[in-house]
Design a protein around this ligand. Structure first.
Ligand code: SAH
Length: 216
């Protein structure tokens, strides 16, 4: 699939929408401007790729709304070269936005067919985050500690494993709530066993499954 003049124009329009909604971090904006979101959608939805909406990606899962991707990326606020773990690779769109922001990205996906599909697709687009099929509610201990962890599925509670895999000063961005809506949390590890939690708006994500997530 080709990027095109038309798609680039639509991305610039999308940028003005997310800026109006309050996104200001230039690194986030330039990453969204670069990543061709239409590559990540199934054919039926390609023409809607640059609407600020979530869409189905198969297996009952969704690609997050661009504003949500931008909001989470802005809260995570990674520096170039940071080691970041994403939970919920899904289509790989959020992963590629983080790669464009210059992070060293690790991303986990629990759903095997979706993992297989995205693992094939991303290198073909020139993106090479480190991917793993597995339960991200337990984190990825052999690569820990992380500068940042970003969870793209709604959790019932903050998994202890994820807090424990942050560096001191590291940031965890995670939506926590019930099956309908979740509050976005930014948790910063300020000392070995001390965390600061800030609360933001409500969002609506697909459920985080697994040992420290919702039971199937
Ligand atoms: N970041 C994705 C959004 C995908 S939706 C994108 O940009 O497209 C959330 C994803 O989290 C789904 O693909 C779902 O299968 C996955 N997921 C749910 N529970 C998980 C877990 N415990 N570990 C890893 N991935 C999980």
């Amino acid at each position: 699939m080709e990027d095109s003049y038309k798609a680039r124009g639509l991305r610039r329009k999308l940028i003005s929408i997310i800026k109006q909604k309050g996104i200001a971090n230039p690194k986030v904006i330039s990453a969204i401007e670069k990543v061709p979101r239409h590559f990540f959608l199934d054919n039926a939805f390609i023409e809607h790729a640059y609407q600020d909406k979530a869409f189905p990606i198969g297996e009952g899962q969704t690609i997050s709304q661009p504003y949500t991707v931008a909001f989470q990326s802005e809260l995570l606020d990674p520096q170039i070269g940071d080691k970041v773990l994403e939970i919920g690779t899904g289509s790989g769109y959020q992963a590629c936005v983080l790669v464009e922001m210059g992070v060293n990205l690790f991303s986990m996906e629990y759903n095997k067919p979706l993992y297989d599909k995205t693992k094939k697709k991303l290198p073909a687009m020139g993106y090479r985050p480190v991917l793993k099929h597995g339960d991200g509610s337990l984190g990825w201990p052999i690569h820990a500690p992380f500068d940042g962890i970003l969870v793209t599925a709604g959790a019932p509670v903050v998994p202890d494993a994820l807090k424990e895999q942050l560096k001191i000063g590291g940031r965890l961005v995670i939506p926590v709530g019930d099956d309908k809506k979740q509050k976005m949390l930014l948790i910063t590890r300020i000392a070995e066993s001390e965390y600061d939690t800030k609360e933001f708006d409500n969002f609506s994500f697909v459920p985080l499954l697994g040992k420290q997530g919702w039971k199937k």
